[in-house]
Design a protein around this ligand. Structure first.
Ligand code: SAM
Length: 276
């Protein structure tokens, strides 16, 4: 008998992968967690039935959620990630030569544990001397910090459950306060095809506090619709302009992709202009 795992991306659309094995299924204190082995994308982590990361395509998301801000900020020394308990974004942050400390605040310890058990290429970051892993609610953590970080990255689940408040204006105001005077915020803001409302909420919330707000895109096959958005809020530097000139080995990111990612299709431009 064949085993298939399906994420219902909308009430009318399922994304299915043939799976060979189920490695973990459990209800944590915060969400339903599953790790399965798929034939197409290797190991896959799902939370509440939604794909979070896979071995084969994770590089796109993790390079693009981190490197735009890290390469546009001339001195991204102190970086905070909220969510991202699989460790993939932290891996990218700590390998950047400009970074001296990468702090990851994840609410659900079981996500970090699943990553340690099944995703060594993500969780290798937990052992890096620059890395600090804190199990806590990112919303409270950000309120307790002022003028502390150069870059804040919100690598959250969809805006349901514990991640809901991570898409609201009061949270973006707390991030603004937690950033230094020239700091930058990046959030994953979902699919322009299926999540217009999320993009509008994130973009207009960030735009309320940050003088520079921009949206950029990347192609991620296992995320709904395959076209994914990120929203960046910057206090000072232009996020579109890469200033880092060193050598790093990337699989998706290039300085040309950095700038091209901000070129938006007309329907995406419309979403953000209507949202503010
Ligand atoms: N790349 C993924 C995506 O876009 O689908 C997100 C990956 S990461 C696994 C998301 C993490 O955010 C989850 O592990 C979840 O527990 C965490 N999270 C959700 N709400 C949070 C909060 N308030 N504070 C800290 N972490 C949170």
């Amino acid at each position: 008998m064949e085993l298939w795992v399906t994420e219902y991306q909308t009430p009318a659309l399922g994304f299915s992968c043939k799976a060979s094995e189920t490695l973990r299924v459990k209800q944590t204190a915060f969400q339903h967690l599953a790790v399965v082995v798929t034939e197409q994308f290797g190991k896959m982590l799902l939370l509440d039935g939604m794909v979070q990361t896979t071995e084969k395509d994770e590089f796109v998301y993790h390079e693009m959620i981190t490197m735009i801000a890290l390469n546009a900020h001339p001195a991204p020394e102190n970086v905070l990630i909220i969510g991202g308990g699989d460790g993939g974004a932290l891996r990218e942050v700590v390998r950047h030569p400009g970074v001296s400390r990468g702090t990851l605040v994840e609410i659900d310890e079981e996500v970090a544990q699943a990553s340690r058990d099944f995703f060594p290429n993500h969780s290798c970051s937990f052992n890096d001397p620059k890395a600090r892993l804190i199990i806590a609610d990112g919303i409270q953590f950000i309120k307790d910090n002022r003028n502390a970080f150069d870059v804040v990255i919100v690598d959250s689940t969809e805006p349901v459950g514990p991640a809901r408040a991570l898409f609201t204006a009061p949270f973006y105001e707390s991030v603004y306060q937690a950033l230094k005077d020239d700091g930058m915020l990046v959030v994953q803001s979902e699919s322009p095809f299926f999540n217009e409302d999320v993009i509008k909420m994130a973009y207009s919330g960030i735009n309320e506090f940050f003088p520079i707000t921009k949206l950029y895109l990347a192609a991620i096959p296992t995320y709904p619709s395959g076209l994914w958005s990120f929203t960046v809020g910057s206090k000072y530097y232009d996020p579109e302009k890469p200033v880092f000139t060193g050598e790093l080995d990337f699989k998706y990111y290039t300085p040309e992709i950095h700038q091209a990612a901000f070129e938006l299709p007309a329907f995406v431009k419309k979403i953000i202009t209507e949202g503010v």
